[in-house]
Design a protein. Structure first.
Length: 469
């Protein structure tokens, strides 16, 4: 076990510790999730967040300059589990917090209060690249050659991209193995995995079936699992919150609103703020809102209907398992237009509950229509996002209507992926004939016009086709 970093069980009744080199995706003693934990007194921590060097922004070919350019490794003092020479980066995390003053009044926010963290600018087009930079760093340190994931799309794209560009320390190529459900996957995301050379295994079932099978296959087939059950994935995703703070001149917002699927971001964001508070780098935590789709609402049901809470690590695992078993017995499967959060058994439930407890969080669910309307609104004002990002905006609108969030609160919505990640959903929404949201409020349907200049001029508002001058 290294002096300053180790793995630790999140359950209060266990809290077992393991070394960084132990390949574990759950605690061997109790089966709960593991954290990457640090002995911070042995680490070099800046005295303030604003002291992170501004020079860490210029790309170059040296190991240090490449790490400095990364939006993950620029903050390496806050995830110090690997030395500089081992860090893997493809230029991930070069994202900017966008002040959305044009959008704000259309959802009931005051100008200057709404911000969008658009993770679609990552190399593979989603937030997953933040976590993969950290997870591939650990895979490389461990000498792993076969990396694998179950995926609804974004994880497979990011995994395949990193594997195609990362070799082991011994110089051997890495092989990406992806399990996808035959039920549904966004074609744009599947195309990335195929193009990057991943061995893609299509399973008769949904994401939850893929997740169960890949966990069973991991040790049998010597696969290094890269889903967010891997605690190193979440270390990279913490840095999304560091960049949010940086975009706010290191001031803490009032709310973070995030779509909830496998709950990796929810878990990582809470861990980021808990650690920053422990280190004295912030004086308060923002509140957290996690937004489920109505058709994939396991967290919402557990949180509101069963009153499930983290209870300082005293997790009701039996209650969680019983709830999921009832869903299975009833034949209930996750169904939502937002494929990135179409998950019925989120693997990070325990850590998500910890984040909600620490950040005085709330959980809400929104319909597919509301998700697509939220996505269309984001696009109308120039950012664009995948449907899961629309869920964050829809959740914010709901919380504004409930007066849980005030129009003047400083709110950050997380837009998880690029607008082209699920172009089929976008085209369907805006099309008159095939829209999945017949009541879509922000539809922008194409206009069929004869191949005639006068007809075109009429459609464009030029009367009978004459000059407008």
């Amino acid at each position: 076990m290294t002096e300053h970093a180790y793995q630790q069980c999140v359950a209060a009744s266990c809290s077992a510790r393991y070394g960084l080199s132990d390949v574990l995706f759950a605690c061997p003693r109790c089966g709960e999730l593991l954290d990457v934990a640090y002995n911070w007194s042995a680490c070099h921590i800046p005295k303030s967040l604003s002291s992170f060097p501004a020079c860490r922004s210029t790309p170059g070919r040296t190991i240090q300059s490449r790490a400095d350019y990364s939006g993950v490794w620029r903050f390496r003092e806050l995830l110090p589990f690997a030395p500089l020479e081992d860090l893997v980066t493809l230029g991930e995390g070069r994202t900017l917090l966008q002040q959305a003053d044009d959008l704000a009044p259309h959802i009931g926010m005051k100008p200057g209060a709404l911000f969008l963290q658009y993770e679609g600018f990552n190399p593979s087009g989603s937030f997953k690249d933040n976590g993969m930079a950290a997870a591939f760093t650990m895979a490389r340190r461990l000498g792993k050659r076969r990396v694998a994931c179950a995926s609804t799309g974004n994880t497979s794209a990011s995994l395949a991209m990193f594997a195609a560009q990362t070799s082991t320390i011994a110089g051997e190529p890495m092989q990406a193995i992806v399990f996808i459900g035959a039920d549904k996957i966004a074609l744009g995301k599947l195309a990335q995995a195929l193009d990057y050379g991943a061995k893609t295994v299509r399973i008769a079932g949904d994401f939850d079936a893929c997740m169960r099978l890949i966990r069973e296959s991991a040790f049998r087939c010597d696969l290094y699992l890269m889903n967010s059950v891997n605690p190193f994935r979440l270390e990279g995703q913490k840095t999304i919150m560091y960049r949010v703070l940086e975009g706010l001149d290191w001031n803490v917002p009032d709310w973070i609103v995030v779509p909830g699927g496998n709950l990796g971001n929810t878990s990582a964001f809470g861990k980021a703020f808990i650690e920053l508070r422990q280190l004295g780098l912030i004086d308060r935590l923002p509140r957290l809102a996690v937004v489920n789709a109505e058709g994939a609402n396991t967290l919402y049901e557990l949180y509101h209907e069963q009153g499930l809470r983290f209870q300082q690590g005293r997790i009701d695992r039996k209650g969680i398992d019983a709830h999921c078993a009832r869903r299975d017995a009833e034949g209930r499967r996750a169904r939502t237009v937002a494929s990135a959060i179409e998950i019925g058994r989120p693997v990070n439930l325990s850590k998500a509950l910890r984040s909600l407890e620490a950040m005085d969080g709330v959980v809400r669910q929104v319909s597919d229509d509301a998700i697509l309307d939220g996505k269309a609104l984001v696009g109308r004002y120039g950012f664009g996002c995948e449907p899961a990002g629309g869920a964050a905006v829809a959740g914010l609108r709901l919380l504004l209507s409930e007066r849980m969030i005030a129009p003047s609160d400083r709110v950050v919505c997380i837009l998880t992926g690029h607008a082209l990640k699920d172009s089929g959903a976008t085209i369907s929404y805006h099309s008159d004939s095939s829209s999945r949201s017949p009541g879509g409020r922000y539809r922008n349907a194409p206009i069929d016009v004869p191949a005639d200049p006068a007809a075109i001029a009429a459609v464009l508002g030029f009367g009978d086709g004459g000059s407008s001058e």
